[in-house]
Design a protein around this ligand. Structure first.
Ligand SMILES: *Cc1c(COP(=O)(O)O)cnc(C)c1O
Length: 426
């Protein structure tokens, strides 16, 4: 540094210069408070089954994406411990340098075999995967076709790519076809959640694929909520649609997170060998990020084993789904509530107004039950809802307890007042 440069801007606590950020943020936070939109975290710790400690209080939760109850499964815990003993806790580098452990390699092979696709690539996080594989596949001059209800990580990936984004109304294949037909782009990528995370419905995968074939497009499916839950042995949405193994299409890229039903963290993308090789060469969050630790790969290998060989996990989940849906029927008959069609672990009970949904969440909280209320803009206006996430960790008694509480609350009239304690956003 030049010695003649005067030291005019001291970066110390005594800095009294105007600071736009520190003046602006309190105003922005006040606006969030006024709209009941300020997000808060709770500190949690697992207790037993679906019971957790929330800020020190025992609650029965219906908000976890751990759909098979694997996050605390003894076999995963033991595999992670052995993995730590064998490999340590950090991977030490990018998979392109020294981070691609034998455990991570074996996991990729297990995943490809399990989802019945030619090859899989294991990423350290789901959000980063979506945000960076899309820019690896399309760029300026190319075209993207994105379902309006896609996950934020897919939306960010689309934006980062600089390709032209065509958004189509949720599930509207006719609208998608019109957009594809009008596009003159050479590279066309259709992007969709496989299971939509706020509704629990499944995309029309054969319909999407047929359009991709007709218009020479590639299809990227995000099966975060279907992997481990849908299809034979939980092999996911593509297997459920009969589009794996000998019927696998070279124009489908299958992405799934390993942070939900698989019970750990990370994600993978599977598909044709050339597509996966391309992603390995070009995905920035793969090349420039430290590889996931081998202990997680070992835990995830145990997840895949359990998914494949313990059908009782999925049977238990399916029984809870059936129990909840049947038990809600009499409530639907005497309220304005609507239960969206879903055979997945995500059951959306649409209440309507934000206040009513928040009050219901608060009523449940007072009864020791944690079910998140989801409001606009996360879901369309007037469709505020309870997002009930079921798991193989729930017992029949757990679901019965939720149904009893909802029945009691359905009869209360004061449910139109938003409770102060329900200041929470999801
Ligand atoms: C959770 C989620 C992701 C992000 O995955 P993480 O493993 O949490 O980073 C991506 N897509 C969908 C649809 C999700 O629900």
């Amino acid at each position: 540094m030049s010695t003649t440069m005067p030291h005019t801007a001291p970066e110390t606590a005594a800095d009294t210069a105007p600071n736009f950020w520190l003046q602006d943020i309190p105003k922005q936070l006040a606006a969030l408070d006024a709209g009941l939109l300020r997000r808060k975290r709770r500190t949690v710790a697992p207790l037993h089954g679906a019971h957790i400690s929330v800020d020190g209080q025992t609650m029965l939760q219906f908000c976890s994406n751990d759909y098979l109850g694997l996050a605390t499964h003894p076999e995963l815990v033991a595999a992670a411990c052995t993995g730590a003993q064998d490999f340590g806790v950090g991977s030490g580098g990018s998979p392109m340098v020294s981070g691609h452990s034998t455990a991570n390699e074996e996991l990729e092979q297990d995943l490809a075999r399990f989802v019945q696709l030619p090859r899989a690539l294991y990423f350290y996080a789901g959000f980063a995967t979506n945000a960076s594989i899309i820019p690896a596949l399309v760029g300026e001059g190319d075209a993207l076709f994105s379902d309006a209800l896609n996950h934020a990580s897919l939306i960010d990936g689309c934006r980062l790519s600089r390709a032209q984004i065509h958004r189509f109304a949720h599930g509207d294949l006719a609208a998608l076809e019109a957009l594809l037909a009008a596009s003159s782009a050479q590279r066309k990528l259709v992007v969709s959640d496989a299971v939509f995370s706020m509704d629990g419905n499944v995309a029309d995968i054969p319909g999407l694929l047929a359009l991709c074939e007709r218009y020479d497009a590639l299809l990227l499916l995000d099966d975060a909520h279907g992997f481990g839950v849908l299809g034979p042995e939980g092999r996911g949405c593509l297997a459920a649609a009969g589009l794996t193994g000998a019927n696998a299409s070279p124009r489908v890229l299958y992405m799934a997170t390993l942070s939900k039903a698989a019970g750990a963290s990370g994600a993978f993308v599977a598909g044709h060998d050339l597509l996966i090789e391309w992603l390995l060469q070009k995905t920035r969050s793969y090349i420039f990020a430290t590889a996931a630790p081998a202990l997680l790969a070992r835990a995830l290998q145990a997840s895949v084993r359990l998914m494949e060989h313990e059908p009782v996990l999925r049977e238990r989940l399916q029984a809870r789904i059936a129990q909840l849906r049947a038990g809600l029927e009499p409530l639907l008959a005497r309220t304005s509530w609507r239960l969206l069609p879903s055979h997945t672990a995500i059951q959306a009970l649409v209440i309507g107004s934000n206040d009513a949904a928040l009050a219901l969440m608060e009523g449940l909280r007072q009864r020791g039950l944690w079910v998140p209320a989801i409001r606009p803009p996360t879901v369309p206006k007037g469709t505020a809802r309870l997002r009930i996430a079921l798991s193989a960790a729930h017992t029949q008694e757990d679901v019965a307890q939720l149904l009893a509480a909802l029945s009691e609350l359905a009869d209360l009239t004061e449910l139109t007042e938003p409770a102060a304690a329900a200041l929470e956003t999801n």
